[in-house]
Ligand binder design. Structure first.
Ligand SMILES: [Zn+2]
Length: 415
């Protein structure tokens, strides 16, 4: 009896741990985006070794300069693309993960942030959960197929991309526009974990509102226009909009209720020249609007700008300007396509626990595949605990399970 991919994975977990430790040990903190060259060189080698035809794609310097601030121009951007053609396969599936991580701070109790220390069933380090663990799981999954001479039912494309922790513009965003890929399905290997298969995620719109007043001496406030007071009135006026948003509900396939929200003034400030004895001439605050998976950033931004404009008009002498800070698209794939059913069944079987379809409150790179390539896209990976925090970690059992899930899907679903 030839060995099955799942049995191979069980006996080769050391390969997964070894790769994950190497990936975690190569600190790819973003910003600024350090060590992208060595990590992508390592990935190309490992991918070639397990049978993928792999290329490293360099983002042209002109584009780097357009997107990144000057102090990051010395940090080149790369994306890695690997392919494996399966004999007789008609469809192609694309797996994506980002290899950058967020900066570290604080006192770690389990090894240093880049040690990849193993304790019991956990492996610790920045990126173990978000999301170098997913990379290690997928590499072992593909290795298990080639090593056991199991032909996948779909052609495989794999991309490991940069910059998800900032805005993905030179990572997944660049890849879907510039790389020679032609997938029919995509799995972004985060957003869903354990028994949850992610079929969409929220988006965001970030705006900055500036209220313009008129300075005067603090002893004669009536001679000026107090921007702080106008801002306060404007902020209170947004209460009605908050209540309106709270009534807008989206029921996810796993029965949860999601609502759009606004958070006012995570950042607020007076302009230059703000002094205790001066009537403030300027007051600024930020708005973080969370966009439901079924909304669009365009409509959310348009509505918010209109609400602000109308509210400001009702306040005497309240002059405002609104600037966009950034946005990130939501996406939602109604999980009716057989691709979703196949993944749900695979997750249920491997984990021996009923899987559910889930919509992620945080955003990830799924929308690039879902919107730009317009293909069924889901999120699933090993995940972990304390993502972006101290003692980030992944459970080794889940890393192994994800490898088995990817391998099982590749040998059962033909598209
Ligand atoms: Zn991530």
């Amino acid at each position: 009896m030839p060995i099955t991919p799942a049995a191979y994975i069980d006996t080769h977990s050391a390969d997964l741990i070894r790769r994950l430790q190497k990936l975690v040990g190569t600190s790819t903190v973003n910003p600024p985006g350090e060590n992208y060259a060595p990590i992508t060189a390592y990935l190309v080698n490992e991918m070639n070794a397990i049978g993928l035809k792999t290329k490293r794609l360099t983002v042209p310097m002109a584009e780097v300069k357009k997107v990144l601030p000057a102090d990051q121009h010395a940090f080149p951007r790369y994306n890695v693309l690997g392919k494996l053609a399966a004999k007789g396969a008609k469809k192609t599936i694309h797996f994506n993960a980002h290899y950058d991580v967020v900066p570290v701070s604080g006192q770690w109790k389990h090894g240093s942030p880049f040690s990849g220390k193993v304790e019991g069933d956990w492996i610790y380090g920045r990126g173990t959960a978000d999301m170098k663990g997913s990379i290690a799981s997928l590499l072992l999954a593909i290795q298990s197929l080639t090593a056991t001479q199991t032909i996948p039912k779909m052609n495989i494309e794999v991309s490991f991309t940069a910059d998800e922790e900032t805005d993905s513009l030179l990572g997944a965003g660049w890849l879907v526009e510039n790389a020679p890929i032609k997938p029919d399905y995509a799995i972004v290997m985060e957003g869903g974990e354990l028994n949850q298969v992610c079929c969409g995620h929220n988006g965001v719109v970030w705006l900055e509102v500036t209220v313009h007043g008129q300075a005067a001496h603090g002893s004669t406030p009536e001679a000026g226009i107090n921007a702080l007071e106008k801002m306060s009135a404007l902020v209170l006026a947004l209460d009605a909009y908050k209540q309106k948003l709270a009534k807008r509900v989206f029921k996810t396939p796993d029965g949860k209720t999601m609502r759009p929200t606004i958070n006012l003034g995570g950042v607020f400030s007076a302009g230059e020249g703000g002094k205790i004895n001066t009537v403030p001439a300027l007051a600024k605050f930020s708005i973080d609007r969370r966009v439901l998976a079924v909304e669009t950033v365009e409509s959310a931004e348009r509505e918010l700008r209109q609400v602000l404009t109308v509210a400001a008009k009702k306040i005497p002498q309240c002059k405002i300007t609104i600037d966009k800070v950034s946005d990130n698209h939501p996406c939602y794939n109604k999980p009716t396509h057989p691709f979703f059913a196949a993944m749900a069944t695979t997750v249920t079987q491997v984990r021996k626990q009923q899987s559910v379809f889930h919509v992620s409150a945080g955003f990830n790179d799924m929308h690039f595949f879902s919107h730009h390539l317009k293909i069924p896209t889901l999120g699933y990976g090993p995940g972990g605990e304390d993502i972006h925090a101290i003692d980030e970690r992944a459970r080794i059992k889940e890393l192994i399970r994800s490898a088995k899930i990817y391998a099982e899907l590749l040998t059962t679903f033909a598209g």
